[in-house]
Design a protein around this ligand. Structure first.
Ligand code: UFG
Length: 325
């Protein structure tokens, strides 16, 4: 049975990955410092508490069994926060990955799937963003992810590391059975905040800016279900058996939804009113981010299963309406 080490497996996307790997019968070890993750989200896996910046802790994990590959989800990931506490971002996202790479090399583990982001592109120069779009990130978060991608390309050339960077657009939704979902504190993401407003909890929904150059003036994003992201990681793992080097793939649905369209879709799903207030723009938000994910479809044979916004929101609603806010 293949053994996979999931760094950051107790977080939002990582925990959905863990659930899928267990479902497929793989042996999974989660390594997570639980700074933003939740131990109860990985109930079926072995959880080792530790930090990717801690080489000794990594050594002991790699000594515990023979891993076929590593999936690396650990990161600080809030754009606005990254502008203020940039050193923490570079330390966690860049230095943490360097420490992990060295440990992998010491223990002879040669395959890595890395969580990257649409934020590596910066301001889009065309409507649909493909992987060959210039990568000119506009904040420390995006730069930290871009730096790691460059290191992975160097490592592939220098010592044959096989690495895939998956550039997520907006991760959304929850496991359809409702036991795991998105839970950040504080919550900054749109769909959880919309659903909290539908539940009448939280400080009231704010829409950040209605003066963008988009059809209704609010920001447009490409929302992709978290289980579809997890499936793409499995496909990447399989692909790496046959392909050397470093490669980056976009993961998105290729369809943009504005903030107002998301609120409207959530009204239909929940049957609730969902009041909101328009506020000034949030710093660092590009007007539009929509993926061209053809490469992932062609190379990895990956297809998102959740194509409708309502279907994605429905799974998130199941999770949020079961929470005690
Ligand atoms: N928004 C609101 N109100 C909220 C929350 C968000 O209006 O309460 C708006 C934002 O301004 C943005 C859109 O909804 O226009 C989506 O915001 P999210 O915070 O949900 O997601 P982002 O697009 O900011 O973030 C995502 C990923 C990041 C990645 C970034 C790239 O979560 O990891 O895209 O810009 F870096």
């Amino acid at each position: 049975m293949a053994s996979i080490l999931i760094c950051g497996g107790a977080g939002y996307i990582g925990s959905h990955m863990v659930a899928l790997l267990i479902e497929r019968g793989l042996d999974v070890v989660v390594f997570d410092n639980l700074s933003t993750g939740h131990g109860e989200a990985v109930a079926g896996a072995t959880l080792i508490e530790g930090d990717v910046r801690d080489a000794a802790a990594l050594d002991s994990v790699f000594r515990s069994r023979r891993f076929d590959a590593v999936m690396h989800f650990c990161a600080l990931s809030l754009v606005g926060e990254s502008v203020r506490v940039l050193v923490a971002y570079y330390q966690s996202n860049v230095a943490g990955t360097l420490t992990l790479l060295e440990a992998m090399q010491r223990h002879g583990v040669g395959k890595l799937v890395f969580s990257s982001t649409a934020a590596v592109y910066g301001h889009p120069q065309q409507e649909l963003i493909a992987e060959d779009h210039p990568t000119v990130p506009i904040n420390p978060y995006g730069r930290s992810k871009r730096m790691v991608e460059q290191v992975l390309a160097d490592a592939a050339a220098a010592y044959g590391l096989r690495a895939v960077a998956l550039r997520y657009f907006n991760a959304a939704g929850a496991h359809p059975e409702g036991q795991i979902g998105e839970s950040h504190d504080p919550e900054t993401h749109l769909i959880p905040n919309v659903l909290k407003a539908a539940l009448g909890s939280g400080a009231g929904l704010k829409v950040f800016g209605d003066d963008y150059p988009t059809a209704d003036g609010t920001c447009v994003r490409d929302y992709i279900h978290v289980d579809d992201l997890a499936e793409a990681h499995l496909a990447a793992l399989d692909w790496m058996q046959r392909n050397e080097g470093f490669h980056a793939f976009n993961l998105g649905n290729g369809q943009g939804f504005s903030v107002l369209q998301i609120i409207e879709a959530a009204r239909r799903v929940t049957g609730k009113d969902i009041p909101f207030q328009v506020e000034v723009r949030r710093p660092g938000d590009p007007a539009t981010l929509v993926a061209c994910a053809d490469l992932a479809r062609e190379a990895l044979g990956w297809q998102p299963r959740y194509r409708e916004m309502e279907g994605i929101i429905e799974t998130a609603w199941r999770w949020h309406s079961a929470q005690r806010y």
